[in-house]
Design a protein around this ligand. Structure first.
Ligand code: T46
Length: 150
């Protein structure tokens, strides 16, 4: 685990203060920058899946869901967007606007992605294969479970 970025797992999953910006290791030389994300080192999970979101129309929000088990690192590869995380008690807004900084999000967090610039490309590195049954799509159901788990 990179000591600058240590992110831990376990009991406190679902608390908003476990969601944080992670500085990714950059390798700079006259040819430019190379940024690395290594599962189990820069993030505390094995990366099982990657997906990216782009060409989001103006004023369109994405997300509006939570995950029961999934951990993720969200990176704005180009352009910028904002992620609002919500643990059922508190909310926090993060601006993602640099490809060497990612937002680490633990399970049991509701998230909304807003204010995508027209050129935004977001990359999601996640800990689980795609499984729709692992999502919360209903905010009332998420809130009930998130609050019951404290
Ligand atoms: C998240 C945000 C940022 C797949 O078939 N495989 C996949 O791995 C994913 C992520 C999606 N899909 C299909 C399911 C839907 O028919 O792609 C379609 C759009 O997915 P969804 O409605 O889940 O899109 P978002 O923007 O609401 O959420 C997605 C991810 O699901 C979610 O984990 O963090 O992007």
């Amino acid at each position: 685990m990179n000591p600058r970025n240590t992110v831990d797992s376990g009991q406190a999953a679902g608390k908003i203060d476990r969601c944080r910006m992670v500085e990714l290791p950059e390798h700079s030389d006259p040819r430019g920058l190379l940024t690395v994300v290594e599962g189990g080192k820069d993030v505390d999970f094995d990366i099982k899946r990657a997906y990216f979101i782009h060409h989001v129309p103006e004023n369109v929000a994405r997300g509006a869901h939570g995950h029961r088990r999934l951990r993720q690192l969200i990176i704005a590869m180009h352009g910028s967007f904002e992620v609002i995380v919500d643990d059922g008690f508190e909310k926090e807004r993060f601006v993602l606007d640099h490809p060497s900084r990612g937002l680490y999000v633990v399970p049991m967090i509701w998230r909304d992605m807003v204010n995508f610039t027209p050129d935004a490309v977001g990359l999601w590195l996640v800990s689980e294969p795609y499984d729709e049954s692992e999502y919360y799509r209903d905010y009332a159901e998420f809130l009930r479970d998130a609050r019951a788990s404290r």
